[in-house]
Ligand binder design. Structure first.
Ligand code: IPM
Ligand code: MG
Length: 357
């Protein structure tokens, strides 16, 4: 049965890098995978095309699609728009409308790119962490929120950090299941020394943990987790945390590898329908120059094959192809190092295609 894949390039370099990932998807079609690719605008491109960051037609498409490939959203030309029209709202709308509550953000150091990290090689060699970030709750979506005027005329901004037991329970289960398939260690990150919401979070994670006796569960405060990530990241296997903490820690973890241009991500609903995207943003500063690294987006296709389309063999094929391209010393500028050959976005896509035999 044909699978419908929604292709949402978005803004900035999103357009260029998604084009390379689409080449890979087209190749997979030739390989016997029955895919239908349908493109639609989102983010700033959605605003330009239909006056809002998540146009109705795009929303209808992603709802009926089996899987979604997203580039990136955002750009300086949209920063002055009212909040509800900004590109980021398109992304948040996709997450909440589709119930994509589980965000998987791996931080893997490719041995070929060990030089790219700003940390000492012995600290990061072999690094392989999976951050599981709750994506549809917490302070990003909590109500009430807003900017209001106090009695004395001064304005104050406010947001609400709220998690129900069921929200914590389901993200904890995703994290424990992933830990079971990896190193069987899970660190839950919270701020239980200050926040009641974290106290409950910790209690629920403990409770779910009783059903996963094979997994070693630990807890860490978020400030310490940030420090430990930089100090000795290899102590972590799987980390699970709230929406905002996950936003911050996943950027830090990604940079440990020195190459955010290499890291894919998956955002999954309760039935493993997923949206796949590179961890990096739309990089307006290099957009249109043909130098962006398409590998994170191509590796996002591999994640799609693994988590949503049940095609692990094809996923491995893509991962292997990327490894071979790196072995050959081919590099986009963001991962360039001495003795390697610098190439652009399209050449990098072509190089992966050439290895996909
Ligand atoms: C991310 C991004 C988004 C987030 C922004 C663009 C809304 O930083 O996916 O990590 O904060 O979730
Ligand atoms: Mg972020």
């Amino acid at each position: 049965m044909s699978k419908k894949i929604a292709i949402l390039p978005g803004d900035g370099i999103g357009v260029e890098i998604v084009a390379e990932a689409v080449k890979v998807l087209e190749h997979l079609k030739g390989d016997g995978l029955d895919l239908e690719l349908v493109e639609a605008p989102v983010g700033g491109a959605g605003y330009d095309a239909a006056g809002k960051p998540l146009p109705d037609e795009t929303l209808a498409l992603v709802k009926e699609a089996d899987s979604i490939l997203l580039g990136a959203v955002g750009g300086p030309q949209y920063e002055k728009l009212p909040r509800e029209l900004r590109p980021e709202r398109g992304l948040l709308g996709l997450r909440s409308e589709l119930g994509l509550f589980a965000n998987l953000r791996p931080a893997i150091l490719y041995p070929q790119l060990a030089d790219a990290s700003s940390l000492k090689p012995e600290v990061v060699a072999g690094l392989d962490i999976m951050i599981v970030r709750e994506l549809t709750g917490g302070i990003y979506f909590g109500e009430p929120r807003g900017i209001r005027e106090k009695a004395n005329g001064e304005r104050e901004g406010f947001n609400t950090l709220v998690y129900s037991e069921s929200e914590v329970d389901r993200i904890a289960r995703v994290a424990f299941d992933i830990a079971m398939k990896r190193g069987k260690r899970l660190c839950s990150v919270d701020k239980a020394n200050v926040l009641e919401v974290s106290e409950l979070w910790r209690e629920v994670v403990e409770r779910v943990g009783e059903e996963y006796q094979g997994v070693e569960l630990s807890h860490m405060y978020v400030d310490n987790a940030a420090m430990q990530l930089v100090k000795w990241p290899k102590q972590f296997d799987v980390m699970v945390t709230k929406n905002m903490f996950g936003d911050i820690l996943s950027d830090a973890a990604a940079m440990l590898t020195g190459s955010i241009g290499m890291l894919p991500s998956a955002s999954l609903d309760a039935n493993s329908k997923g949206m796949y995207e590179p961890i990096h943003g739309s990089a307006p500063d290099i957009a249109g120059k043909g130098i962006a690294n398409p590998l994170a987006t191509i590796l996002s296709v591999a994640m799609m094959l693994r988590y949503s389309l049940d095609e692990p063999v094809l996923a491995d094929k893509i991962d292997t192809a990327v490894g071979r391209v790196l072995d050959k010393g081919l590099r986009t500028p963001d991962i360039m190092s001495a003795g390697c050959k610098q190439i652009g976005t399209v050449e990098m896509g072509d190089a992966v295609m050439a290895e996909l035999v």
